[in-house]
Design a protein around this ligand. Structure first.
Ligand SMILES: [Zn+2]
Length: 249
């Protein structure tokens, strides 16, 4: 099977770039159509340092533009859904967005079916660093896509690579494949540059001076569906990644 269509489901603008920007650009360069589905506009996030907008209610429109810029840099198309990202609570408490689960799952499944997705990519079950909005997107994408597009392969991102330290790993989901994305780094860095409102966050997490230094050079995936029963996945996506240099950690 030749891969033609991959759909990615993420909760907020910048998740696509941080978690899968290298793999997305690799797919695009291999002639695969990649479509990004972003559940919210990330309107509850930080305003930037210095602020890119004066008021919180203006942030969603800015971050949607940042996402479209990043998608363009990676070579993907985008759908932004109208769920609302709640403002981060006191003490950095994170919230999911408000959604009816079955409606969200059906929306996700519809997009995979309409786009004849060979593969979907989405958040891990742990929501990477435990973000409840990422966890919600994970559950809804698995549920909706399995129901409406059962032949589509389901992969999750940021799967654990034990030899590499990264606090984004979903520690309960060992990676099937890990890839050194440096050959696709320029596109990923260009996409990171688009997310201006999040630059302070990117740099603060590692006390860095430039966005480029915040580049994660290893991206990883785990196949969730169909289950692999302890075997390594053997499908068109796994083959494409292996041909690009991916290894099984
Ligand atoms: Zn996110």
């Amino acid at each position: 099977m030749m891969l033609k269509s991959v759909v990615c489901y993420f909760a907020h603008p910048d998740d696509e770039t941080v978690l899968a920007g290298g793999i997305i650009n690799l797919l695009v360069k291999q002639g695969v159509h990649v479509h990004l589905v972003c559940a919210t506009r990330g309107e509850g996030g930080e305003l930037g340092e210095p602020p890119v907008v004066a008021r919180q209610e203006l942030l969603g429109a800015v971050r949607e533009r940042e996402l479209r810029c990043a998608a363009n840099a990676l070579g993907a198309s985008v759908t932004v859904l109208d769920y609302v990202d709640p403002v981060v609570g006191p003490d950095e408490v994170l919230y999911p967005f408000d959604a009816d689960f079955d409606t969200l799952a059906k929306q996700f499944g519809d997009i995979a079916r309409r786009r004849a997705a060979d593969v979907i990519l989405t958040h891990g079950a742990d929501g990477e660093y435990g973000h409840p909005a990422h966890q919600l997107v994970h559950r809804a994408a698995l549920h909706g896509v399995r129901a409406q597009s059962p032949k589509t392969l389901i992969y999750t991102v940021a799967a654990l690579v034990p030899t590499i330290e990264d606090k984004l790993w979903n520690t309960n989901e060992p990676a099937h494949l890990a890839l050194d994305i440096r050959p696709w780094a320029e596109a990923k860095i260009a996409a990171m540059e688009c997310h201006v409102s999040q630059h302070a966050l990117f740099k603060r997490r590692k006390r860095l001076k430039t966005v480029r230094e915040a580049l994660r050079t290893t991206e990883s995936v785990r196949r969730q569906w169909p289950e692999t029963h302890g075997e390594q996945p053997d499908d068109a996506f796994a083959t494409l990644l292996r041909d690009a240099g991916a290894w099984s950690p």
